[in-house]
Design a protein around this ligand. Structure first.
Ligand SMILES: Nc1ncnc2c1ncn2[C@@H]1O[C@H](COP(=O)(O)OP(=O)(O)OP(=O)(O)O)[C@@H](O)[C@H]1O
Ligand SMILES: [Mg+2]
Length: 144
C-alpha cells in the first residue's frame, strides 16, 4: 500500500471502505481506508471526519476504538489516499458472533450494557451515531 502498510488480513472490503489488519512501523494495527489506491473526495472527507470524532470521543471512553493516527498521501491535485490507524483490540464484529438461536440472556445483557455505555460516551459529545447495528460494534473480551 502506498501509505506504508503491509496488509496481513482483509477484514472488510466494501463499496466505500476497506478495513485491514496490517503491519505499520513494526506494530500490528487496524487500518481503515477507502477502496485503494485513492479515495473520492467524499470518502476522504468521511475518513477524516471519523478520525476527528473518534479522537474526541476516545479521550473519555474505553468503548470506542483507539484511534492512533491518520495518514495521507496527496498524489496530485485530484488524487489523495487516506487511512485511519487504530489499535488492534483483537475484537470481532458483533455481527459475526451472534449464534443462530441468539445469545444466552446473561451474555445478551453484558453486550447490551456495554453497547449503551458506548452510546452514552458518544452522546456526551452531542454526537448521534445514526447507524447502530451489530456490524458496527467490535466486541472484545478484555480491556486494552
Ligand atoms: N477495529 C476493528 N477491529 C476488527 N474489525 C473491524 C474494526 N473496524 C472495522 N472492522 C470490520 O470492518 C467492517 C467495516 O468497518 P466500518 O463499520 O468502520 O466501516 P463502514 O461500514 O464502511 O463504515 P461505516 O459503518 O462508518 O459506514 C466492520 O463491520 C468490521 O467487520
Ligand atoms: Mg460499518
Amino acid at each position: 500500500m502506498s501509505l506504508g502498510f503491509d496488509v496481513l488480513d482483509v477484514l472488510h472490503q466494501g463499496k466505500h471502505s476497506a478495513v485491514f489488519r496490517a503491519r505499520y512501523k513494526n506494530e500490528i494495527v487496524i487500518v481503515k481506508t477507502h477502496p485503494l489506491p485513492y479515495g473520492t473526495p467524499s470518502e476522504v472527507e468521511s475518513l477524516e471526519r471519523e478520525y476527528k470524532i473518534g479522537r474526541l470521543v476516545m479521550s473519555n471512553s474505553a468503548h470506542v476504538p483507539r484511534y492512533l493516527q491518520i495518514v495521507s498521501h496527496q498524489h496530485d491535485a485530484k488524487r489523495k489516499a487516506v487511512a485511519i490507524v487504530m489499535a488492534d483490540s483483537k475484537g470481532q464484529p458483533l455481527s459475526s458472533l451472534i449464534p443462530a438461536k441468539g445469545f444466552p440472556l446473561d451474555t445478551f445483557l453484558d453486550i447490551a450494557i456495554e453497547s449503551v455505555k458506548g452510546l452514552r460516551d458518544i452522546h456526551r459529545h452531542n454526537i448521534i451515531h445514526k447507524d447502530v447495528k451489530p456490524a458496527n460494534m467490535v466486541w472484545c473480551t478484555f480491556e486494552f
